[in-house]
Design a binder for this molecule. Structure first.
Ligand code: CP
Length: 339
Protein backbone atom coordinates (compact mmCIF):
# COMPACT_ATOMS: atom_id res chain seq x y z
CA UNK A 1 0.00 0.00 0.00
CA UNK A 2 1.19 3.53 -0.81
CA UNK A 3 2.17 5.79 2.15
CA UNK A 4 -0.85 7.74 3.38
CA UNK A 5 -0.13 11.49 2.98
CA UNK A 6 -2.92 13.16 4.99
CA UNK A 7 -2.72 13.85 8.73
CA UNK A 8 -6.31 15.10 8.67
CA UNK A 9 -9.20 14.31 6.33
CA UNK A 10 -11.12 17.56 5.98
CA UNK A 11 -12.19 17.60 2.32
CA UNK A 12 -11.71 15.55 -0.86
CA UNK A 13 -10.40 18.54 -2.85
CA UNK A 14 -6.81 17.50 -2.03
CA UNK A 15 -7.26 13.76 -2.71
CA UNK A 16 -5.15 12.21 -5.48
CA UNK A 17 -6.26 9.13 -7.40
CA UNK A 18 -3.85 7.08 -5.28
CA UNK A 19 -5.55 8.38 -2.12
CA UNK A 20 -8.98 7.34 -3.39
CA UNK A 21 -7.66 3.94 -4.45
CA UNK A 22 -6.01 3.34 -1.06
CA UNK A 23 -9.36 3.96 0.66
CA UNK A 24 -11.42 1.87 -1.76
CA UNK A 25 -9.04 -1.09 -1.87
CA UNK A 26 -8.76 -1.20 1.90
CA UNK A 27 -12.52 -0.79 2.31
CA UNK A 28 -13.01 -3.73 -0.05
CA UNK A 29 -10.75 -5.88 2.17
CA UNK A 30 -12.58 -4.79 5.33
CA UNK A 31 -15.89 -5.48 3.62
CA UNK A 32 -14.80 -9.07 3.01
CA UNK A 33 -13.81 -9.41 6.67
CA UNK A 34 -17.14 -7.91 7.82
CA UNK A 35 -18.94 -10.63 5.87
CA UNK A 36 -17.12 -13.40 7.78
CA UNK A 37 -18.19 -14.63 11.19
CA UNK A 38 -15.16 -12.93 12.81
CA UNK A 39 -15.93 -9.29 11.88
CA UNK A 40 -13.63 -7.79 14.50
CA UNK A 41 -9.90 -7.44 13.81
CA UNK A 42 -7.14 -6.27 16.19
CA UNK A 43 -5.76 -3.72 13.70
CA UNK A 44 -6.12 -0.58 15.83
CA UNK A 45 -5.73 -1.95 19.36
CA UNK A 46 -4.66 0.87 21.67
CA UNK A 47 -5.76 3.68 19.33
CA UNK A 48 -8.13 6.16 20.99
CA UNK A 49 -10.92 7.37 18.70
CA UNK A 50 -13.32 10.11 19.84
CA UNK A 51 -16.51 11.03 18.02
CA UNK A 52 -17.61 14.61 18.71
CA UNK A 53 -20.81 15.35 16.85
CA UNK A 54 -22.13 18.85 17.56
CA UNK A 55 -24.90 18.27 15.00
CA UNK A 56 -27.38 15.38 14.74
CA UNK A 57 -26.44 12.20 12.90
CA UNK A 58 -27.59 8.61 12.68
CA UNK A 59 -25.59 7.03 9.84
CA UNK A 60 -22.23 8.80 10.04
CA UNK A 61 -21.85 8.79 13.83
CA UNK A 62 -22.83 5.18 14.33
CA UNK A 63 -20.98 3.75 11.37
CA UNK A 64 -17.78 5.56 12.41
CA UNK A 65 -18.24 4.23 15.94
CA UNK A 66 -18.92 0.72 14.64
CA UNK A 67 -15.88 1.01 12.36
CA UNK A 68 -13.71 1.93 15.37
CA UNK A 69 -15.07 -1.03 17.34
CA UNK A 70 -14.58 -3.47 14.45
CA UNK A 71 -10.91 -2.40 14.38
CA UNK A 72 -10.60 -2.94 18.18
CA UNK A 73 -9.73 0.67 18.98
CA UNK A 74 -10.88 2.40 22.17
CA UNK A 75 -13.85 4.67 21.57
CA UNK A 76 -15.15 7.77 23.35
CA UNK A 77 -18.54 9.04 22.25
CA UNK A 78 -19.56 12.62 23.02
CA UNK A 79 -23.14 13.82 23.24
CA UNK A 80 -23.67 17.63 23.17
CA UNK A 81 -26.72 17.67 25.44
CA UNK A 82 -24.99 15.82 28.30
CA UNK A 83 -21.60 17.49 27.85
CA UNK A 84 -20.05 20.65 29.29
CA UNK A 85 -21.17 22.50 26.14
CA UNK A 86 -24.35 23.04 28.15
CA UNK A 87 -22.21 24.95 30.71
CA UNK A 88 -20.78 27.23 28.03
CA UNK A 89 -17.65 25.33 26.98
CA UNK A 90 -16.66 26.08 23.38
CA UNK A 91 -16.23 23.49 20.63
CA UNK A 92 -12.50 24.29 20.50
CA UNK A 93 -12.09 23.67 24.23
CA UNK A 94 -14.12 20.47 23.86
CA UNK A 95 -11.72 19.25 21.16
CA UNK A 96 -8.67 20.26 23.22
CA UNK A 97 -10.07 18.39 26.21
CA UNK A 98 -10.34 15.11 24.28
CA UNK A 99 -6.88 15.59 22.76
CA UNK A 100 -5.48 16.19 26.22
CA UNK A 101 -6.92 12.81 27.24
CA UNK A 102 -4.83 11.29 24.46
CA UNK A 103 -7.30 10.95 21.62
CA UNK A 104 -5.53 9.90 18.43
CA UNK A 105 -8.43 10.68 16.09
CA UNK A 106 -11.25 13.18 16.59
CA UNK A 107 -14.24 12.57 14.31
CA UNK A 108 -15.98 15.94 14.10
CA UNK A 109 -19.37 17.04 12.82
CA UNK A 110 -20.55 20.64 13.10
CA UNK A 111 -23.27 22.76 11.51
CA UNK A 112 -20.74 25.49 10.63
CA UNK A 113 -18.39 25.05 7.65
CA UNK A 114 -14.67 24.72 8.40
CA UNK A 115 -15.00 23.99 12.14
CA UNK A 116 -12.98 20.73 11.67
CA UNK A 117 -10.20 22.79 10.00
CA UNK A 118 -10.31 25.30 12.85
CA UNK A 119 -10.03 22.44 15.35
CA UNK A 120 -7.09 20.90 13.45
CA UNK A 121 -5.28 24.27 13.47
CA UNK A 122 -5.97 24.81 17.17
CA UNK A 123 -4.64 21.34 18.05
CA UNK A 124 -1.52 21.93 15.96
CA UNK A 125 -0.91 25.26 17.72
CA UNK A 126 -0.97 23.37 21.03
CA UNK A 127 1.39 20.69 19.61
CA UNK A 128 -1.18 17.89 19.84
CA UNK A 129 -0.67 15.06 17.34
CA UNK A 130 -4.40 14.24 17.10
CA UNK A 131 -5.83 13.72 13.59
CA UNK A 132 -9.14 15.32 12.68
CA UNK A 133 -11.64 13.48 10.50
CA UNK A 134 -14.43 15.66 9.13
CA UNK A 135 -17.80 13.91 9.50
CA UNK A 136 -19.69 16.78 7.84
CA UNK A 137 -19.26 20.55 8.35
CA UNK A 138 -22.00 22.99 7.36
CA UNK A 139 -22.38 23.09 3.59
CA UNK A 140 -18.65 22.53 3.03
CA UNK A 141 -17.67 18.88 3.01
CA UNK A 142 -18.62 15.32 3.94
CA UNK A 143 -15.59 13.31 2.82
CA UNK A 144 -16.60 9.89 4.17
CA UNK A 145 -19.99 10.16 2.41
CA UNK A 146 -18.27 11.13 -0.86
CA UNK A 147 -15.99 8.11 -0.51
CA UNK A 148 -18.73 5.63 0.33
CA UNK A 149 -20.77 6.89 -2.61
CA UNK A 150 -17.72 6.47 -4.86
CA UNK A 151 -17.30 2.94 -3.47
CA UNK A 152 -20.99 2.13 -3.95
CA UNK A 153 -21.09 3.34 -7.56
CA UNK A 154 -17.76 1.69 -8.44
CA UNK A 155 -19.05 -1.59 -7.00
CA UNK A 156 -22.33 -1.28 -8.88
CA UNK A 157 -20.60 -0.82 -12.24
CA UNK A 158 -17.78 -3.34 -11.59
CA UNK A 159 -18.87 -5.64 -8.73
CA UNK A 160 -15.69 -7.74 -8.59
CA UNK A 161 -12.97 -5.12 -8.74
CA UNK A 162 -14.11 -1.87 -7.05
CA UNK A 163 -12.56 0.04 -9.90
CA UNK A 164 -13.53 3.73 -9.95
CA UNK A 165 -12.08 4.11 -13.45
CA UNK A 166 -15.28 2.41 -14.57
CA UNK A 167 -16.95 5.79 -13.89
CA UNK A 168 -14.95 7.55 -16.62
CA UNK A 169 -17.34 9.26 -19.08
CA UNK A 170 -20.39 8.10 -17.13
CA UNK A 171 -22.97 10.79 -16.39
CA UNK A 172 -24.00 11.11 -12.76
CA UNK A 173 -27.10 13.20 -12.16
CA UNK A 174 -27.20 14.94 -8.76
CA UNK A 175 -30.66 16.35 -8.16
CA UNK A 176 -31.99 18.55 -5.39
CA UNK A 177 -30.67 21.02 -2.85
CA UNK A 178 -27.07 21.29 -4.10
CA UNK A 179 -26.55 24.74 -2.55
CA UNK A 180 -26.82 23.46 1.02
CA UNK A 181 -25.32 20.04 0.39
CA UNK A 182 -21.86 19.11 1.66
CA UNK A 183 -22.56 15.64 0.24
CA UNK A 184 -22.97 17.05 -3.28
CA UNK A 185 -19.67 18.93 -2.98
CA UNK A 186 -17.78 15.83 -1.80
CA UNK A 187 -19.45 13.72 -4.50
CA UNK A 188 -18.38 16.20 -7.17
CA UNK A 189 -14.73 16.10 -6.06
CA UNK A 190 -14.70 12.28 -5.88
CA UNK A 191 -16.62 11.47 -9.06
CA UNK A 192 -14.98 14.04 -11.35
CA UNK A 193 -11.56 12.77 -10.19
CA UNK A 194 -12.27 9.58 -12.13
CA UNK A 195 -13.64 11.33 -15.22
CA UNK A 196 -17.36 11.08 -14.43
CA UNK A 197 -19.40 13.98 -15.82
CA UNK A 198 -21.92 15.56 -13.48
CA UNK A 199 -25.33 17.05 -14.16
CA UNK A 200 -26.52 19.21 -11.27
CA UNK A 201 -30.28 19.58 -11.47
CA UNK A 202 -32.67 21.76 -9.50
CA UNK A 203 -34.22 25.22 -9.34
CA UNK A 204 -31.89 28.19 -9.76
CA UNK A 205 -32.00 29.16 -6.09
CA UNK A 206 -30.84 25.68 -5.00
CA UNK A 207 -28.53 25.00 -7.97
CA UNK A 208 -26.94 28.32 -8.93
CA UNK A 209 -25.37 28.44 -12.41
CA UNK A 210 -21.92 29.15 -10.86
CA UNK A 211 -21.72 25.52 -9.70
CA UNK A 212 -20.57 24.58 -13.22
CA UNK A 213 -17.09 25.90 -12.26
CA UNK A 214 -17.11 24.38 -8.76
CA UNK A 215 -13.97 22.25 -9.15
CA UNK A 216 -11.99 25.24 -10.45
CA UNK A 217 -12.14 26.98 -7.07
CA UNK A 218 -9.70 25.33 -4.69
CA UNK A 219 -9.76 26.11 -0.96
CA UNK A 220 -7.56 29.05 0.11
CA UNK A 221 -4.90 26.82 1.67
CA UNK A 222 -4.61 24.59 -1.43
CA UNK A 223 -2.54 25.71 -4.42
CA UNK A 224 -2.85 22.72 -6.76
CA UNK A 225 -5.50 20.22 -7.82
CA UNK A 226 -3.90 16.74 -7.60
CA UNK A 227 -6.22 15.53 -10.38
CA UNK A 228 -4.87 16.21 -13.87
CA UNK A 229 -8.20 16.18 -15.72
CA UNK A 230 -11.63 16.15 -14.11
CA UNK A 231 -15.02 15.31 -15.55
CA UNK A 232 -17.27 18.19 -16.56
CA UNK A 233 -20.16 19.76 -14.68
CA UNK A 234 -23.35 20.98 -16.34
CA UNK A 235 -26.43 22.57 -14.84
CA UNK A 236 -29.98 21.54 -15.67
CA UNK A 237 -33.39 22.80 -14.60
CA UNK A 238 -35.31 19.79 -15.96
CA UNK A 239 -35.24 16.46 -14.15
CA UNK A 240 -37.17 14.76 -16.96
CA UNK A 241 -34.56 15.85 -19.54
CA UNK A 242 -31.55 15.06 -17.30
CA UNK A 243 -32.76 11.55 -16.47
CA UNK A 244 -32.55 10.63 -20.15
CA UNK A 245 -28.77 11.19 -20.12
CA UNK A 246 -27.98 9.75 -16.67
CA UNK A 247 -26.08 6.54 -15.87
CA UNK A 248 -26.79 7.01 -12.13
CA UNK A 249 -28.77 9.41 -9.98
CA UNK A 250 -27.94 10.85 -6.56
CA UNK A 251 -31.01 12.41 -4.96
CA UNK A 252 -30.38 15.02 -2.25
CA UNK A 253 -32.35 15.95 0.82
CA UNK A 254 -34.01 19.34 0.93
CA UNK A 255 -32.05 20.86 3.86
CA UNK A 256 -34.69 23.08 5.41
CA UNK A 257 -32.59 23.51 8.56
CA UNK A 258 -29.92 25.36 6.53
CA UNK A 259 -32.30 27.63 4.60
CA UNK A 260 -32.07 31.14 6.03
CA UNK A 261 -34.48 32.62 3.47
CA UNK A 262 -37.38 31.43 1.39
CA UNK A 263 -35.72 29.29 -1.27
CA UNK A 264 -38.87 27.68 -2.63
CA UNK A 265 -42.29 28.81 -3.85
CA UNK A 266 -43.73 25.78 -2.09
CA UNK A 267 -42.69 22.23 -1.23
CA UNK A 268 -45.45 20.90 -3.51
CA UNK A 269 -44.24 22.80 -6.58
CA UNK A 270 -40.64 21.74 -5.82
CA UNK A 271 -41.64 18.08 -5.51
CA UNK A 272 -43.69 18.15 -8.68
CA UNK A 273 -40.58 19.12 -10.64
CA UNK A 274 -37.73 17.49 -8.72
CA UNK A 275 -39.06 14.57 -6.68
CA UNK A 276 -37.69 11.33 -8.13
CA UNK A 277 -40.69 9.14 -8.90
CA UNK A 278 -41.39 5.95 -10.84
CA UNK A 279 -43.25 8.03 -13.43
CA UNK A 280 -40.17 10.15 -14.10
CA UNK A 281 -37.91 7.05 -14.13
CA UNK A 282 -40.26 5.37 -16.62
CA UNK A 283 -39.12 7.98 -19.16
CA UNK A 284 -36.04 5.81 -19.71
CA UNK A 285 -35.77 2.13 -20.56
CA UNK A 286 -32.42 1.32 -18.93
CA UNK A 287 -32.21 0.51 -15.23
CA UNK A 288 -29.90 2.93 -13.46
CA UNK A 289 -28.75 3.00 -9.82
CA UNK A 290 -30.26 5.55 -7.46
CA UNK A 291 -28.45 6.80 -4.37
CA UNK A 292 -29.48 9.10 -1.53
CA UNK A 293 -27.19 9.93 1.42
CA UNK A 294 -30.07 9.93 3.90
CA UNK A 295 -31.96 10.88 5.88
CA UNK A 296 -34.72 10.74 3.27
CA UNK A 297 -37.71 13.08 3.10
CA UNK A 298 -40.09 10.59 1.49
CA UNK A 299 -42.36 12.15 -1.10
CA UNK A 300 -40.38 15.41 -1.21
CA UNK A 301 -37.15 14.54 -3.04
CA UNK A 302 -37.72 10.82 -3.66
CA UNK A 303 -40.88 8.71 -3.62
CA UNK A 304 -41.46 5.88 -1.15
CA UNK A 305 -42.09 3.58 -4.09
CA UNK A 306 -38.55 4.10 -5.33
CA UNK A 307 -37.02 3.79 -1.85
CA UNK A 308 -38.94 0.59 -1.06
CA UNK A 309 -39.46 -1.13 -4.40
CA UNK A 310 -37.03 0.05 -7.09
CA UNK A 311 -34.49 -2.81 -7.40
CA UNK A 312 -31.54 -0.53 -8.14
CA UNK A 313 -32.14 1.84 -5.24
CA UNK A 314 -28.84 1.55 -3.34
CA UNK A 315 -29.66 3.49 -0.15
CA UNK A 316 -29.25 0.56 2.24
CA UNK A 317 -26.12 -0.55 0.38
CA UNK A 318 -24.67 2.95 0.89
CA UNK A 319 -25.27 2.62 4.63
CA UNK A 320 -23.66 -0.85 4.72
CA UNK A 321 -20.67 0.35 2.69
CA UNK A 322 -20.20 3.23 5.13
CA UNK A 323 -18.75 0.87 7.74
CA UNK A 324 -15.82 -0.60 5.74
CA UNK A 325 -15.09 2.77 4.12
CA UNK A 326 -14.87 4.41 7.55
CA UNK A 327 -12.76 1.50 8.84
CA UNK A 328 -10.38 2.23 5.96
CA UNK A 329 -10.22 5.95 6.87
CA UNK A 330 -9.45 5.26 10.53
CA UNK A 331 -6.84 2.67 9.58
CA UNK A 332 -5.13 4.96 7.07
CA UNK A 333 -5.03 7.91 9.48
CA UNK A 334 -3.40 5.65 12.06
CA UNK A 335 -0.66 4.88 9.51
CA UNK A 336 0.10 8.55 8.70
CA UNK A 337 3.84 9.13 9.12
CA UNK A 338 4.42 5.44 9.91
CA UNK A 339 4.94 4.02 6.38
N1 CP B 1 -25.68 10.86 5.31
C1 CP B 1 -25.55 11.37 6.55
O1 CP B 1 -24.65 12.17 6.83
O2 CP B 1 -26.49 10.93 7.42
P1 CP B 1 -26.51 11.27 8.99
O3 CP B 1 -26.83 12.75 9.10
O4 CP B 1 -27.57 10.39 9.58
O5 CP B 1 -25.14 10.99 9.54
Amino acid sequence: MKPWPHKHILSLSNFSKDDYLSVLELAHKFNSINKTGTKKVPALQGLLVTSIFFEASTRTKHSFELAAKRLSSDLQSFSPSTSSLSKGETYLDTALTYSAMGSDVLIVRHSVSNVPLEIAEKLASKKFKTSVLNAGDGTHSHPSQGLLDLYTLSKFFDPNNINPDTLCNKTILIVGDVLHSRVARSNIWALTAFGANIILCGPEKLVPQEFNTFVQSLPLNQTKDPIYQRGKIEISRSLEESIKNADAIISLRLQKERMKENFLESIDSYSEKYCLTSEKLNLISKKIPILHPGPVNRGIEISSKIVDEYPYCLITEQVSNGVPVRMALLYLLSKYNKN
